[in-house]
Design a protein around this ligand. Structure first.
Ligand code: ATP
Ligand code: MG
Length: 246
């Protein structure tokens, strides 16, 4: 097992589930991924699951946390998968604190409105409180966390104001190039029940990749190995087939 990522905000609709679907697509190239759905609406499971709630995507397992103990479920998932990602309900919950205790990093998606960043700050304060609580018993405990600005239009005044306010509050936020821009591709991915990467254009795919790499780095996870480009015949094979008589 490599790590547990918690994607959380006390605000609903800020892009938590969308971020997780992007991360799952990114990490399944490096090993098995378990997605734990703690949201009563179970949107993650309806996005990637079939009618029985089983995953439709190779390399991704879906687990509902409804009626289940989060501590036991994370422990089981850690034993069986390389990366575990938890999707929380858009509210401050006790489950969130337990989940943070097991996390390698917390990602806090947020829009750039005042209401969204207020909630991002409250969620970050839960990270700080969890860290204070757990480091009392274990001084080496640390929990990296950053706000990921989602559904944003960079270079606008609102985007800049949101970043300035978070900085003034000393709430860590990913760097300027690491944000999820407002694009219809993300809504399209939900309707098509596929990953955003599958419907994104080249520039957006690159942006999603840099967001996922920054999150992997926050959690101390290595980025996935690059797969050989599809459709290209490896050199050795090319030479061998050329030598074979027709
Ligand atoms: N970058 C984006 N650009 C445009 N639309 C987006 C983007 N990210 C997400 N959306 C849309 O915003 C809505 C909310 O996104 P999402 O479900 O990921 O948020 P959430 O935080 O998980 O919400 P909830 O708290 O309800 O679970 C969805 O309709 C989604 O398609
Ligand atoms: Mg959600």
């Amino acid at each position: 097992m490599d790590g547990v990522l918690a994607v959380a905000s006390s605000k609903g609709g800020v892009g938590k589930t969308t971020t997780i679907v992007m991360l799952a697509e990114y990490f399944r190239k490096r090993g098995s991924v378990a997605l734990l759905d703690a949201d009563p609406n179970q949107k993650l499971i309806s996005w990637l699951g079939d009618e029985k709630g089983e995953s439709r995507v190779e390399g991704i397992a879906l687990v509902s946390l409804l009626g289940r103990n989060i501590v036991e479920t994370i422990t089981e998932a850690k034993a069986q998968h390389d990366v575990v990602i938890v999707d929380f309900a858009g509210a401050l919950t006790q489950e969130m604190v337990f989940g943070f205790g097991y996390a390698s990093a917390v990602v806090i998606p947020s829009g750039s409105s005042k209401g969204d960043i207020d909630e991002a700050r409250k969620t970050f304060q839960v990270v700080e409180q969890t860290t204070a609580l757990l480091s009392a018993g274990n001084p080496s405990f640390s929990l990296p966390a950053k706000v990921l600005l989602c559904k944003v239009r960079p270079n606008t005044d609102t985007y800049k104001a949101a970043k300035q306010q978070l900085a003034a509050w000393k709430v860590p936020v990913f760097g300027d190039d690491v944000h999820v821009p407002h694009r219809t591709s993300f809504e399209k991915a939900w309707w098509h029940k596929c990953s955003p990467q599958e419907v994104a254009d080249k520039a957006l795919k690159k942006q999603i990749d840099s967001v996922c790499t920054a999150i992997a780095s926050l959690a101390g996870l290595a980025p996935p190995e690059a797969k050989p480009t599809k459709g290209r015949v490896p050199r050795a094979k090319k030479a061998a087939s050329a030598a074979t008589p027709a």
